[in-house]
Design a protein around this ligand. Structure first.
Ligand code: GLU
Length: 511
């Protein structure tokens, strides 16, 4: 049987990075086994529907390169893939369970349900539930006469359909990650399968669809583990073969205390969403990895290792390699602590791995947004120098002095403060001698520049530390950055001489 897995998000807001990881593991599992990766939109809960959320899910998965084989957007043999478009087909399955005495109609009003809970609480029941015991005292097709039920249905009385959970049964299934799960049916309540608004609940729609879509493995977040025994009962009630379950570990906050939730937003100093999101009701903005400048490959690579490892020390992996190594057996049971610093590290690694010309093109595009026009060749040469200190392409913008002409000291308060601290009159003759030698040099290589500089300093009896900061400030206008001989070679002789002279004049004006 061919593997078919699905990612089944509810469009109740932006997709959390945990959701992206669930999609990723489903994708890897499907590819590994030559199967299909489906996407189903679970939007039966209309009260929680958020406009734009479905488009967000689509865009986020596309950005990550996790495009589903079957989805509401591309269709497929088992569509429609949006539950609201499948609305008409659920009722018959609820009816089927009623006919088999596996489910029943319940007519209780919300006041009656509240009263039941109050009564049970007063009697000392900690978690009152509509279950095998309490249903005996409620208004449902198990307690009312057949005639009354018929009459109420004919009259159109509001009702729901509940699963008739067996009173004494052990529900067992083997989770591919967590091993055997055994729950006594006394701990499962008679969940509503079909609501009075004519819509199925998540539980019914989810099982019916997984069955109709021929899903072989349900790979989803740990928060659904408590629902799994109920789902097992539903498969048994229908007499359907059930898929295998695999519940993925939670993603924890960096301090390990609790689940990293949607509500964490940017509160902890990093995004929890793949893309930017603006809440359509409150207008509240949350940032995304894409807009923060992360490469999707880095984001996906980081997510892959959040709860799984390939069994080796290899951390940097292409999607194809992840497919090759992926195995549910190596998914951890315990929560996976999210590490924002490590996430940056991944981006830095991917940045460095980019072919030079691509990095150059990315830098060229960024420079353009800052009003600096340059060729891709020059941007590439600069990127080669700047990438060592960069985590994001944006970080390379600190090297704009490589693309401008003239002294970088104009309106540069930071450089000014440094110069005031570091200026030494004794350095001036050395810089002048260096300028003179430079002017006569045909070939400006970093090596030639460095030996010239050292010679000049040696002749003047000065140490590098006495002159280099000035050289750096005069030419680059900042203390940090790539080696000055590399920078100078790239800028070219005339530009370096212009900046050094301007620097000397600048300092002499106040020294
Ligand atoms: N609609 C559920 C969700 O939002 C799907 C859970 C499942 O995969 O069964 O996560």
């Amino acid at each position: 049987m061919s593997v078919r897995v699905r990612f089944a998000p509810s469009p109740t807001g932006p997709l959390h990075m945990g959701g992206v990881r669930t999609a990723l593991y489903n994708y890897l599992f499907a590819r590994k086994h030559g199967g299909q990766f489906l996407l189903r939109i679970e939007d039966t809960d209309q009260a929680r529907f958020v406009p734009g959320a479905e488009e967000y899910i689509r865009e986020a998965l596309d950005w990550c390169g996790l495009t589903p084989d079957e989805s509401p957007w591309v269709g497929g043999p088992d569509g429609p893939y949006r539950q609201s478009d499948r609305k008409a087909l659920y009722r018959q399955y609820a009816d089927q369970l009623i006919a088999a005495d596996k489910a029943y109609y319940a007519f209780d009003t919300s006041e009656e349900l509240d009263a039941m809970r109050e009564r049970l609480k007063a009697a000392g029941v900690a978690a009152p539930a509509y279950n095998a015991v309490t249903r005996e005292h409620m208004k449902n097709s198990l307690t009312l006469s057949a005639d009354e039920v018929k009459e109420r249905l004919a009259r159109g009385d509001e009702h729901v359909i509940r699963l008739k959970v067996p009173r004494h049964a052990e529900v067992r299934f083997e989770d591919l990650i967590r091993g055997w799960v055994v729950v006594h049916s006394a701990n499962i309540d008679d969940k509503v399968l079909f609501k009075s608004d004519g819509m199925p609940t998540y539980h019914l729609a989810n099982i019916v669809d997984d069955h109709l879509m021929r899903i072989t493995h349900v790979i989803r977040g740990e928060e659904w583990l408590p629902s799994a025994p109920l789902h097992v009962l539903l498969y048994e009630a229908f007499g359907w073969e059930r898929p295998q379950f695999a519940h993925l570990p939670l993603i924890l906050k960096p301090d390990g205390n609790g689940k990293l939730s949607k509500r964490d937003g940017d509160r902890l100093g990093f995004p929890v969403f793949p893309l930017n999101w603006t809440d359509p009701t409150s207008g509240e903005q949350s940032s995304g990895y894409r807009e923060r400048g992360y490469y999707p490959e880095a984001f996906v690579n980081m997510l892959a290792l959040l709860g799984w490892n390939p069994g080796t020390d290899q951390e940097i992996m292409t999607l194809a390699e992840m497919v090759q190594f992926f195995d549910l057996e190596r998914v951890h049971k315990g929560g996976a602590r999210f590490d924002p610093e490590k996430t940056k590290w991944f981006n830095q690694q991917y940045l460095r791995m980019h072919p030079d010309a691509e990095l150059g093109a990315q830098l060229q595009a960024k420079l353009k947004t800052k009003g600096i026009d340059t060729t891709v060749e020059r941007a590439t040469q600069a990127a080669l120098l700047l990438k060592e200190r960069a985590t994001f392409v944006d970080d390379m913008l600190e090297g704009t002095y490589l693309f401008t002409t003239g002294s970088p000291l104009k309106d540069n308060a930071e450089a000014e403060a440094e110069l005031k601290k570091r200026w030494k009159a004794e350095a001036a003759p050395a810089i002048e001698a260096y300028i003179t030698t430079l002017a006569g040099m045909a070939d400006l290589t970093p090596v030639a520049l460095e030996s010239t500089f050292n010679e000049v300093l040696g002749a003047q009896g000065l140490k590098i530390g006495q002159v280099m900061p000035l050289y750096r400030l005069f030419v680059a206008g900042r203390m940090q950055g790539p080696g000055m001989f590399d920078v100078s070679a790239l800028l070219g002789r005339d530009e370096v001489i212009t900046r050094l002279k301007a620097g000397l004049d600048h300092c002499r004006a106040w020294a």
